[in-house]
Every structure is written in structure tokens, then in C-alpha cells.
Design a protein around this ligand. Structure first.
Ligand code: PMP
Length: 348
């Protein structure tokens, strides 16, 4: 710590990202990447930018990508915001929409970046306990608040909240922003983007890191009422004039346009997930119902930290959180059939 630091930095507890190991031989099932590559159309679009256009500045508004997202979801481009990964989109949302008198509410077990953004932007927050089945109970959010945020499906549990429950939450909270973080929605969920035209306080964020297999490109987006989008644009334009580069805009737009490849690879991940769940249950694991590209599982007799250590020795890495109530769980990304088999062999 140095005397040169701004005072708030000394209290800042930064986010700890999942490990990105240098060894390529590992079966890497720890950060929920997609085991299949991005759409060939996305790769061709990125290659074309690389060949012809890097001399030029990108479009500061990423209009081509906004249009592709708007076409996909049947909304207006003015309802779409794009940024450098959904982490950045979330940062702008916290900064621009959640600094209010009341506390921000989010589940006690959810994305561990949320409290970090609260620290960064001086936002008071309260966590709301998941119920005994690790589900979000929307009735527990009906109290004065300065905003509500939760992942759907939730992370790291993978559990899905039905759209009808999200509507109940929105009906009961018309005076604050409700942000649904849909990083994993394409693996079995239904997007709340279908509700944005009815609820001006609803903001939905998504990422291209998971279902569209572009984690390395860093592209995320938000969809909501143009008023909410305008707040994000103001923050963005005050922060970085070119948040997305030309390659990212071209690749992400093409990935949205290639629906067939997207649907096929999502379905492959879903099918593999069901096979892994059945096999793990056969090994005695309890697996929470997952609508994501990962599962959250515990063994009634075996210690999660020891299992993770043993898997690592066998070349398989998974995620273990040392957090109360979930320290006996492992979060395991669904990989290729070969990777999943390596996991099951190692667990056996
Ligand atoms: N939200 C949730 C719930 C996540 O798990 C992640 C991935 N770590 C993100 C957002 C951020 O994803 P990205 O920045 O790659 O878009």
C-alpha cells in the first residue's frame, strides 16, 4: 500500500479470476469456456478485418453488432449496448444504475464479481440467501432496494429461475433496476429479453464468451429500455472511446448471424451435460439441476477440496470455492466427450 493511492483503493478487494494454466495438456474444466470453437463464419469475418481493415479505427458504437443482436432478439438497436466482455458491461451498469440510497440486492451465492463492483463504485449491498434447494426465491427480494441483480441460470449453482418468477419480481419492484445476468442462458434457459418491452426497469446482460465460444475476444452486451442503455452509453463514452475493436465487432456480429452453428454446439453441450450428470450420480454425487454449461456437484462422503486436488494430480482442473455453504461443492465445466470421459475416469 502506498501513500499515493486514492483512499478507497486500500479497502478494495479485487476479483480473483479462475486459473488459466500455462500447461495445454490439462483437461481444463474450471472456467466454463465452450469446448467447441467459434462459428467458422465468425472466424472468416475476423480474418477479413485482420487482412483489410486494422489501419482504420473501429465504429465507436459497434452498430453492426448492435444490429445483429437486435435482429436476433427482435428488438431495436437503441435497446442494445455492447462492451468489452459482460464484465465490462456489468461494471458500467453498476456504475450507472446502482448508486442509489437503498442497498443493491443479490443472492448470497452468485457471481463473485458483484461485491467487487460494489466496492469499486461505493455501492451499499445486501445479500439474500438462496433457499434450502439452492434456488432464488423472488419473494425474499420484496423490500426497499436500490436495485436487484442475479445471474440466470445462477452461477456457480447452474440453477434456473423461470421467466414467470422473474415477472413476479419485476411486478413487485417497479421502482428499481432489475438486472438479469444471462451469461449461461443459452444452455437451457429462456431469455428475459422477451420481457424488456414490458418492463422499463429490466436490463438483461449476455456474453459471447460461453454459448458463442468467444471468451478470448471479450464481447458482452446488454438489452433493455433505451433510457437504461443511454446511461450505459454515457458511462462508456466517458471511459473509453473504442471499447470494441474491429475484429471483435466483426466476429461477434457474425457469431450472432450464424444461428445453425450456435444451436448445434449448444445442443451438443446440453446433451453432454445430461450424460455427465447421470454418470456422476452413478458415482454417488449429488448434482444440482443445471441449465448452464457447467454442473455444481458434491459427494456426501468425500471432501471437495481433496477431490479437486486429486483431479488436478490426474490432469483435470475444476473449480472449488472456499465459501460457506458451498465448500463441499465442485463446479465442473462441460467439455468435449473426451474431456468429460477423462473427468469421469479420474473421479472413478
Ligand atoms: N456473469 C457471470 C455470471 C459469469 O459467470 C461470467 C463469467 N465469469 C461473466 C458474467 C463474465 O463473462 P465475460 O466477461 O467473459 O463476458
Amino acid at each position: 500500500m502506498s501513500k499515493f493511492w486514492s483512499p478507497f483503493v486500500k479497502d478494495l478487494v479485487p476479483y480473483v479470476p479462475g486459473e488459466q494454466p500455462k500447461l495445454s495438456k490439462l483437461v481444463k474444466l474450471n472456467t466454463n469456456e465452450n469446448p467447441y470453437g467459434p462459428s467458422p463464419r465468425a472466424i472468416a469475418a475476423m480474418q477479413a478485418e485482420l487482412n483489410d481493415n486494422l489501419r482504420l479505427y473501429p465504429d465507436p458504437n459497434g452498430e453492426r453488432l448492435k444490429q445483429a443482436v437486435a435482429d436476433y432478439y427482435g428488438v431495436h438497436p437503441a435497446q442494445v449496448f455492447v462492451g468489452n466482455g459482460s464484465d465490462e458491461v456489468l461494471a458500467h451498469a453498476f456504475h450507472g444504475l446502482f448508486q442509489h440510497a437503498g442497498p443493491l440486492l443479490f443472492p448470497d451465492i452468485s457471481y463473485s464479481f458483484y461485491p467487487v463492483y460494489c466496492g469499486l463504485y461505493g455501492i451499499a449491498y445486501e445479500t439474500v440467501a438462496l433457499d434450502e434447494r439452492f434456488q432464488i426465491d423472488v419473494a425474499n427480494y420484496n423490500r426497499p432496494n436500490g436495485g436487484i441483480i442475479f445471474p440466470n441460470p445462477n452461477a456457480p449453482t447452474g440453477c434456473l429461475l423461470a421467466l414467470e418468477a422473474i415477472e413476479r419480481l419485476l411486478e413487485a419492484n417497479t421502482e428499481s433496476v432489475v438486472l438479469v445476468d444471462e451469461a449461461y442462458v443459452d444452455f437451457g434457459g429462456e431469455s428475459a429479453i422477451a420481457l424488456v418491452d414490458r418492463y422499463p426497469n429490466l436490463l438483461v446482460t449476455q456474453t459471447l464468451s460461453k454459448s458463442r465460444s468467444l471468451a478470448g475476444l471479450r464481447v458482452g452486451l446488454a438489452v433493455g429500455h433505451p433510457d437504461l442503455i443511454e446511461a450505459l452509453e454515457r458511462i462508456k463514452n466517458s471511459f473509453n472511446s473504442y471499447p470494441l475493436d474491429r475484429i471483435a465487432i466483426a466476429g461477434a456480429a457474425a457469431a450472432f448471424e450464424d444461428r445453425a452453428y450456435f444451436q448445434q454446439t449448444c445442443q451438443q453441450v446440453i446433451d453432454s451435460r445430461e450424460r455427465v450428470v447421470t454418470a456422476m450420480q452413478g458415482l454417488g454425487f449429488e448434482v444440482l439441476p443445471s441449465a448452464a454449461n457447467f454442473i455444481f456437484a458434491r459427494h456426501p462422503q468425500r471432501d471437495a477440496a481433496s477431490i479437486a486436488a486429486s483431479l488436478r494430480e490426474q490432469g483435470v482442473i475444476v473449480r472449488h470455492f472456499k465459501q460457506p455453504r458451498i465448500e463441499q461443492f465442485l463446479r465442473i465445466t462441460i467439455g468435449t466427450p473426451e474431456q468429460n470421459q477423462a473427468l469421469l475416469d479420474a473421479l472413478g
